[in-house]
Design a protein around this ligand. Structure first.
Ligand code: ADP
Ligand code: ZN
Length: 636
């Protein structure tokens, strides 16, 4: 079914709410109309002259009423209304069944007018009217507007204009159950062997709870999947539901968060109520850190009551159901360190399952899963693809396979081949090629020397990431790029970081040596250098003068702190050291480029000719890359 088929049920409901609002507004208007302008405005206004020169002399006035000392209502005699001339002043009856005056006019002085009436022997009475009516009316208007606003507001909040005001406290989980079966199994989840093993137990429990509780054992109520985005946490949770054949409630932590206090808690209550009806089942809460952040932090900002009460409710609910109720809660986050410790206590999310970025074996397995869906060249080397994609998540790899299929389709190919995959990888790293971006020959030359500088310096810095290729084809926001193959390493040494910094500085250094000036093209290079240098000094304790101290705060507690955790003097030292690191890297890059200036010219020339050159070309020009062993650090 197409996505935008309107849901008739929904439309009907929202329509009804709108009518309610309209109805109330109209009612208010009608009441206002009737009370405020009852007599006088439904009669016609005449001038004092008409009254004193026409009506009175002809004896057509039966009686008058002086209202609030400034207006006169005139009641004509029955005879008068029958006259052709005054037919238009015929009376109507108002909503209370009284007949209204025929006409009215304004006066300035009630006293003088009364004397005049006495003189002419016209019956009259005085009335003061309207004061209470005005008060009533203003109240009615006020109430009317409030009610209307209330309706409109709640219509908004009550779930994307669905118009269900009373649904605000309902949970927003998507339910996959009998009709909506989860078809994902463990076979769809590649790699993640340890994680799969851990959740296997949950599947067993959901399928056969007696087996475990028979001996008095307790099954964990919740499992927390911790890992970077796109690594397959949702997939894993779904696979558990698919394997166990139980309903699966999926929602995100931010679904609880609303601007009204108490709504989040109501939603949590509702979620667990629905889940209990469907047990055994799995509740999956993505991005649980949206509600589960440690309480009592960031007090400066205040206004955390809502999130705290939501979290409290979640804790209460998790404590409230027994292990035999058959509800398992799985949650995902990429920041377990910011979660409230209460969430991690036994009986709640007592199991933490790490879901890491895949290694080369894992990536191969993920490629294999996603390659099943596309027609690809049978000679395709999956190991090669896995080697080309370090640091990629499962979601990235799924994306590559999809992009590759699209690239091949665009070229009317029958099967997806290696080149399509390489293009897809490039695209995912760097954005789409912009072949028709206008770049002048001078600019092109600057870019070529800049990239050649990166390539050359990284070549002679043995700890820098190995080069793959250099291009001057504009792509995404970049005008050119040197592509490296980052090694898979978890920790970096000082040598590696300083070599990297040199390679990053290579672009700007080359520009300065060749053209005698620098350009704005090195902005992102400088940003990277600065960030890394700061990290070295202030976080990793890799600087002699600062020593073994880290100002990094993994708890995120100081995110809103106004004060730095170090003194002015230390701040100054940090700045000096960062500057020194950047300058050293720049000097070293310049030294290397000057030493191999011929190589730089050759690389730049080839780049201008071919636009793309590969590692092999660079090797032909510069000779084999020096090995780390023969290398001594030059940077202090
Ligand atoms: P997360 O919840 O960790 O952010 P998802 O589970 O939503 O990530 O993953 C997004 C997509 O990436 C999945 O739908 C799947 O296509 C792909 N993917 C991620 N990890 C894997 C994996 N280990 N095996 C197969 N596909 C994966
Ligand atoms: Zn650069």
């Amino acid at each position: 079914m197409s996505e935008n088929t309107p849901n008739p049920q929904k439309n009907k409901k929202s329509g009804r709410t709108i009518y309610w609002v309209y109805g109330i507004i109209i009612m208010v208007l009608v009441v206002v109309q009737l009370t405020m302008f009852n007599n006088s405005s439904s009669s016609r206004e005449i001038s004092y002259q008409t009254f004193s020169d026409e009506l009175v002399p002809q004896g057509l006035v039966e009686r008058v009423v002086i209202v609030n000392n400034d207006m006169v209502e005139v009641y004509l005699t029955p005879k008068a209304v029958q006259l052709e001339k005054y037919r238009k002043y015929a009376t109507h009856t108002n909503f209370m069944g009284e007949s209204t005056a025929n006409m009215h006019f304004k006066i300035v002085s009630a006293e003088k007018f009364e004397e005049y009436l006495k003189d002419k022997k016209i019956a009259y009475k005085t009335e003061s009217r309207g004061q209470w009516v005005n008060t009533l009316v203003s109240w009615l208007i006020f109430i009317g507007i409030t009610v209307a606003l209330w309706f409109l507001l709640f219509r908004r909040v009550g779930g994307g204009g669905s118009g269900q005001i009373f649904n605000i406290g309902k949970n927003k989980a998507t339910l996959f159950d009998q009709e909506n079966q989860v078809k994902i199994t463990f076979a769809d989840v590649a790699g993640l062997d340890e994680a799969k093993e851990e959740v296997q137990e949950i599947v067993e429990f959901l399928k056969n709870p007696k087996k475990f509780t028979r001996l008095g054992g307790k099954i964990p109520k919740g499992a927390l999947l911790v890992g970077p985005p796109g690594t397959g946490k949702t997939l894993l949770a779904k696979a558990v539901a698919g394997e166990a054949q139980v309903p699966f409630f999926s929602l995100s932590g931010s679904d609880f968060v609303e601007m009204f206090v108490g709504v989040g808690a109501a939603r949590v209550r509702d979620l667990f109520k629905t889940a209990k009806e469907k047990a055994p089942c799995i509740i999956f809460i993505d991005e649980i850190d949206a509600v589960g952040r440690a309480r009592g932090r960031n007090q400066i900002l205040g206004g955390n009551d809502e999130r705290e009460s939501t979290l409290n409710q979640l804790l209460v609910e998790m404590d409230g159901f027994g292990t035999d109720s058959g509800i398992i809660i799985m949650a995902a986050t990429n920041r377990a360190d910011v979660l409230d410790t209460a969430l991690l206590r036994p009986g709640r999310f007592d199991r933490q399952i790490p879901v890491e970025l895949p290694d080369i074996k894992g990536r191969k397995a993920i490629f294999e899963v996603h390659l099943k869906k596309i027609k690809y060249d049978p000679s395709l080397d999956v190991d090669f693809l896995a080697a080309q994609t370090p640091g990629f998540s499962g979601a990235d790899i799924a994306n590559i396979c999809n992009e590759a299929a699209l690239f091949a389709a665009r070229k009317d190919k029958e099967i997806v081949d290696k080149q399509d995959f390489l293009d897809a990888i490039d695209r995912i790293i760097g954005g789409l090629e912009k072949k028709n971006k206008v770049i002048s020959p001078e600019e092109k030359k600057v870019i070529a020397y800049h990239e050649a500088g990166h390539a050359l310096v990284s070549w002679f810095k043995p700890y820098a990431n190995p080069l793959v290729k250099v291009t001057i084809v504009p792509r995404g926001n970049a005008l050119g790029a040197a592509w490296y193959l980052p090694e898979e390493k978890v920790i970096m040494t000082t040598e590696q970081i300083t070599d990297e910094l040199c390679a990053i500085m290579g672009g700007r250094a080359s520009e300065e040596i060749i053209f005698g000036r620098v350009s704005t093209g090195a902005l992102s290079d400088l940003e990277r250098v600065t960030k890394r240098a700061y990290a070295m000094v202030a976080m990793y304790g890799l600087n002699k003068r600062i020593g073994n101290i880290s100002f990094y705060d993994s708890t995120g507690q100081s995110e809103y702190a106004f004060q730095k955790p170090y003194s002015e003097k230390t701040a100054q030292i940090i700045d000096e050291e960062v500057k020194a690191i950047a300058e050293d890297a720049y000097t070293e890059a310049k030294r290397l480029i000057k030493e191999h200036i011929d190589g730089l010219h050759t690389i730049a020339k080839q780049l201008l000719e071919k636009e793309v050159i590969f590692k092999e070309d660079v090797e032909r020009i510069l000779g084999p890359r020096p090995k780390p062993e023969n290398y001594t650090a030059v940077v202090s």
